[in-house]
Design a protein around this ligand. Structure first.
Ligand code: ADP
Ligand code: MG
Length: 720
């Protein structure tokens, strides 16, 4: 009897029978300990449990015959060798033959009792079994490869399948019973079998029906460990954080919402309630807000910020790029102006900076924008960077919009209370620390927004220490973007379509192929495409944007496009995230098969954002099989969650996560597409346990398993 963590300390080489010759290749394949070996589950199973008497054998089915060798000899006609034996039980005899294994004659001399597994066939009226698997009996050993459900393992390095089985059998026998650290009542509620039974049944099931319950239990354990570690991390973050409770009356946010020219969707209202509850709690909010592009996340974010502002706190919105920061600034000021009872004139991009956006009748909300040094100076000739920073430090600025500059440079807030981070679901621990520094060692409430659809299994694993809110409803009246795949030969159709849309006053994007790891080459090919398309559509105003341009140049191109001075914008993926040009209706993506699904989805979200229906044309030739699947998925649905799920299916969870995500990389048996129910159960159980026993002091074996999984110094997690 040994716990799993104990077994994780015993090297496979200690399984006597294996020896160094077999342990070395196993070690190389990552099977280093007895625990690793036990987690190395069969690929599939062969049912050899049918053990009829010889006179009851059914032809052409897999059977195992227990019989004695009566006669054996080897012939060598031409180049083959044929070893032929007659075997018998008490009811009948049968001919058995093997090809090219002459040594078997010595191994199975007359009188040998053995189990012969194979199919019996009839040839020219006589029965025979060709190339059976044979297992010797009699020395008290349990049969492993005959007469039962036999697990199938691929060879590992030079270690043959039968050797793996033999080692597994020894390891399992020696280790059992494996104690179960999961509280029995949790298992019972879900009908999960014991851990000991699960290991036994996954490796040597008595019937095939026992495999699934065994797998379920082991998958549950994988999820359970991962979720325990997330629950512990979350608890720690909460307890180490210096939060505070916002106490807004909600009046400012209500005024804002009432002033909008539309009703919030049900989903927006629900999410706002969830956020509001977080804000009122004394510990900092740490919430992921998911919603498709155009689902109205910004409105929600602004309402949340206003709840902070009402109590005298400052808010921040952080965008991943300067272009997006500017756009957010325009968006937020626009929304506030829209909602204002007597709005001030909308600030034109040329004199951005700090604006008072509620009119004279309402309280003023001051908004500032801060991006990289050059661009900031560029926006506001009349407000210097130093003045802006002074206003932020004195609390004059209520909401500061910007890039990472907000937390990276010499910015000091007066009273930062809530931060919204756009499109950076990887906003990690170190960024949070910086945020805390900006806020005088207080942990501001944090809302992370993303339009990247994340299937629930992923948000529960990858982002498992975040609370999740989902806007799963679009504002009414949006028509989904139509998507069509064109071959290179048909590309003229795309340019024709663009020309027609422009004639109707619309605008278009043309996205150039991705050049991995080479922004220079990518920019060059986008430039070439810009010249080619300018020549192909001489009557249209064609613009160009790519990652090699300076931020100021980029913003100049974007504002020209926004202002309708450019008809067709040739772009690299710099426009991927968040760009909002409601008048753009067509997007052409060149070599679309080279993009990943989530990227295509993000790009497509750039069109059809206004009153006019969007069209997305994917140009692709000679796609790979994966590429074709992706394009077909794109054409079939505009539902980002479905696409994310497809992406996971096509690429596989290994690729989607890579090796970086340690916890998720530890999922060996679990399938994030299929095992949602087990994941949910494991998550609930893990969080419930940590709730009751924060340092896992009462569950030492579970604590050990988490330590073993995280594999580093994680003592800080276990303070209670
Ligand atoms: P996201 O950030 O989620 O991509 P936005 O917040 O930018 O979406 O919203 C997209 C557009 O939809 C904006 O012009 C916004 O004013 C508008 N909008 C937001 N919520 C609603 C709603 N409930 N009804 C109608 N229009 C809405
Ligand atoms: Mg947005």
């Amino acid at each position: 009897m040994a716990t799993l963590t104990r077994l994780a300390e015993v090297p496979v080489s200690e399984i006597k029978w294996l020896g160094p010759k077999n342990s070395a290749p196993l070690f190389k394949a990552g099977i280093r300990t007895v625990a690793d070996l036990l987690h190395h589950v069969p690929r599939t199973y062969i049912d050899r449990s049918n053990k009829p008497r010889l006179d009851r054998v059914v032809l052409d089915t897999e059977v195992t015959i227990i019989a004695e060798v009566k006669k054996i000899n080897t012939r060598r006609p031409k180049k083959v060798s044929i070893t032929e034996a007659i075997i018998a039980d008490e009811t009948a005899t049968l001919k058995v033959i093997w090809f090219n294994q002459p040594y078997l004659q010595k191994r199975f001399p007359v009188g040998t009792e053995a189990a012969f597994s194979g199919t019996v066939t009839s040839r020219n009226g006589s029965l025979q079994m060709a190339n059976p698997v044979v297992e010797l009996l009699g020395d008290d050993q349990e049969s492993i490869v005959t007469g039962r459900i036999v697990p199938v393992h691929p060879q590992v390095g030079s270690v043959k399948p039968w050797a793996i089985l033999r080692a597994m059998h020894i390891a399992l026998t020696r280790s059992r019973p494996i104690p179960d650290p999961v509280p029995a009542e949790m298992l019972e509620r879900k009908g999960l079998i014991s851990r000991d039974q699960a290991f036994s049944d996954i490796h040597f099931p008595e019937s095939l029906e026992r495999v699934d319950p065994a797998r379920n239990r082991l998958v549950y354990d994988e999820f359970f460990r991962l979720e325990l570690s997330l629950a512990l991390q979350k608890r720690r973050q909460m307890e180490d954080a210096t939060g505070f409770a916002h106490t807004p009356s909600g009046e400012l946010a209500d005024r804002f919402i009432a002033g909008l020219p539309y009703q919030l969707t049900g989903a927006q209202v629900r999410v706002l309630v969830e956020i509001g509850q977080d804000l009122r709690e004394p510990h900092p909010m740490h919430r992921l807000l998911q919603g498709e592009v155009g689902s109205g996340k910004t409105v929600v974010a602004v309402a949340a910020l206003l709840n902070g502002v009402e109590g005298g706190w400052q808010g921040a919105i952080m965008a991943p790029t300067e272009v997006l920061a500017v756009q957010h600034y325009l968006g937020v000021t626009g929304l506030l102006a829209q909602a204002s009872l007597s709005p001030e004139p909308f600030a034109a991009p040329s004199d951005l900076g700090m604006d008072s956006l509620f009119g004279t009748e309402g309280p003023a909300v001051h908004i500032g924008i801060l991006t990289g040094s050059t661009a900031a100076a560029n926006y506001r000739a009349d407000v210097s960077r130093a003045d802006l920073l002074a206003d932020v430090a004195s609390g004059q600025v209520d909401i500061l919009v910007g890039t990472h500059a907000l937390i990276q440079e010499g910015v000091q807030f007066h009273r930062l209370g809530i931060a919204v981070v756009d499109e950076q679901h990887r906003f990690g621990v170190s960024q949070r620390v910086k945020l805390k520094e900006k806020a005088d060692e207080i942990d501001p409430d944090l809302l992370i927004m993303t339009a990247t659809p994340i299937p629930r299994t992923l948000s529960m694993t990858l982002y498992g220490d975040l609370d999740v809110s989902i806007i799963d409803e679009m504002p009414p009246g949006r028509t989904p973007v139509r998507t069509k795949v064109l071959s290179r030969l048909e590309e003229a159709l795309a340019w024709k379509r663009i020309t027609a849309e422009v004639a109707n006053g619309r605008q278009a994007f043309v996205v150039c192929p991705l050049v991995e790891d080479s922004p220079k080459v990518e920019a060059a090919s986008a430039t070439a495409e810009f010249h080619r398309l300018s020549a192909l559509m001489p009557d249209l105003r064609v613009g160009l944007i790519h990652g090699q341009l300076k931020p100021v140049e980029k913003e100049a191109v974007m504002s020209a496009f926004r202002a309708g001075e450019i008809d067709v914008l040739v772009a690299t993926t710099v426009i991927e995230v968040g760009i909002d040009i409601p008048n753009a209706t067509v997007m052409v993506i060149e070599d679309a098969d080279r993009f990943g699904l989530s990227q295509l989805h993000q790009l497509r979200g750039r069109v059809g954002r206004g009153r006019h229906r969007g069209l997305c044309l994917l140009i692709a030739d000679s796609a790979t099989e994966d590429g074709e699947e992706r394009l077909a998925a794109m054409a079939a649905t505009t539902d980002g969650f479905v696409l994310a799920q497809e992406d996971l299916r096509i690429r596989g969870q290994g690729t989607v996560f890579g090796a970086r995500q340690s916890g998720v990389a530890d999922l060996k048996l679990a399938d994030l597409l299929r095992d949602l129910d087990l994941l949910t159960a494991a998550r609930n159980d893990a969080f419930a346990i940590v709730d009751r026993d924060p340092g896992l002091a009462e569950h030492p074996e579970l604590a050990e398993e988490v330590r073993a999984m995280l594999g580093e110094s994680v003592d800080w997690l276990f303070k209670s």
